[in-house]
Design a protein around this ligand. Structure first.
Ligand SMILES: Nc1ncnc2c1ncn2[C@@H]1O[C@H](COP(=O)(O)OP(=O)(O)OP(=O)(O)O)[C@@H](O)[C@H]1O
Length: 338
């Protein structure tokens, strides 16, 4: 059983602390994209596209796995936009229970339901008036709330629950999700009309393991947490570059914060400072890499042997091994057999 006041207060506290925390690096309005990346081409492209449409009234959709930095990206966009002196109001649709999301977003009149605040509540959309409304985890929004949101976006007016009054609102909307909205639409779990309206333009942020600026990100996050000129040992650095970071930047940030505390007072953080769980994770990555290298070497050797046995007939090799001719050709070429 939810207590409306408690959940709402928690949400607002969370939102305030999220908004108060500075973006990843000090923001220079002209070079806002520099807070987000250190030369990664995919983030740069996403920034170029998003910063072009931010003041145009076109709704922006920010896609990407959890923890890739969608929230930080939106903060930087807000700072870059003409609305930077007006509020950026974030709503995490996944964190709000379905029965509260409508009152939280659209507000309510005094006494409109049991447990409501006696003075009513203006709702996050009106709090975002003249500014930017950031709808995080939009894929989690209930169908009913989606329906009301669509009408707000179309009419630019809002009617709080239980109220006969409507209010005009002027908001830019940025939505974000780690889910596949096309799939949700196909399954009937997300309204097609709302999807098209929110998806004026979509940008996608890459997962950390594919980022070209991983080394610079590691260094800059470490600089944020270290309290003297501490460095990261080359051995540990190698593990950090190789690890797949399924939790993306959030996981990397947490990891560096923990390991910096563990190595407090040392000039160099190295693998000896790692908590046990991290030693295990890094050693699993090493095992996987070793097995994958061994498998590739065995496959190459087998293809070469069968190629010789079949007197250079690639089609026969492919048939015998059950792989495509292309694979045989590519592997032989890579080994300079061809
Ligand atoms: N550009 C960046 N440089 C350094 N750290 C970053 C950057 N972007 C994000 N982070 C770190 O990653 C954490 C998660 O970022 P953020 O909340 O923006 O991700 P998200 O993609 O919105 O996650 P979710 O999908 O779970 O909401 C941040 O709190 C911050 O510590």
């Amino acid at each position: 059983m939810f207590s409306y006041g408690t959940v709402m207060e928690q949400q607002i506290l969370q939102m305030n602390s999220w908004l108060a925390s500075p973006p990843a690096k000090k923001l220079d309005i002209l070079n806002a994209s520099l807070v987000l990346h250190y030369g990664d081409p995919e983030v740069e492209l996403a920034w170029q596209h998003a910063s072009k449409v931010i003041d145009s009234g076109i709704h922006l959709l920010v896609l990407g796995e959890t923890g890739v930095g969608k929230g930080e990206f939106v903060k930087a966009l807000h700072q870059y936009s003409s609305r930077r002196h007006k509020p950026l109001v974030a709503v995490n649709c996944a964190a709000l229970p379905n029965d509260l999301i409508e009152s939280e977003l659209f507000g309510y009149a005094p006494g409109s339901f049991t447990g409501a605040h006696p003075r009513g509540y203006s709702g996050r959309i009106r709090l975002a008036d003249k500014g930017i409304l950031f709808l995080d985890e939009i894929g989690e929004m209930s169908m009913q709330a989606q329906c009301r949101l669509l009408s707000v976006l179309q009419d630019k007016t809002i009617t709080p629950l239980g109220s006969a009054r409507s209010y005009k609102v002027d908001i830019e909307v940025i939505a974000a999700t780690h889910q596949d909205l096309d799939w949700l639409v196909a399954k009937g779990r997300f309204r097609r009309d709302l999807y098209y309206r929110l998806n004026g333009m979509a940008v996608e942020l890459p997962v950390l393991r594919n980022r070209k600026d991983k080394a610079e990100l590691i260094k800059s996050i470490h600089e944020k947490y270290r309290n003297h000129s501490q460095t990261i040992s080359p051995d540990l650095f190698k593990h950090l570059i190789r690890y797949s970071w399924p939790g993306n930047l959030r996981e990397l940030d947490n990891f560096i914060r923990v390991v910096t505390v563990m190595a407090d007072g040392n000039d160099v953080v190295d693998v000896t400072h790692l908590p046990m769980q991290w030693k295990r994770r890094f050693s699993k990555t090493n095992d996987r890499e070793r097995i994958s290298t061994e498998l590739k070497a065995t496959l190459n050797k087998t293809i070469e042997d069968v190629y010789v046995a079949n007197e250079g007939n690639i089609s026969k090799v492919a048939r015998e091994l059950g792989v495509s001719r292309n694979t045989v050709y590519r592997r032989l070429k890579a080994q300079k057999v061809l």
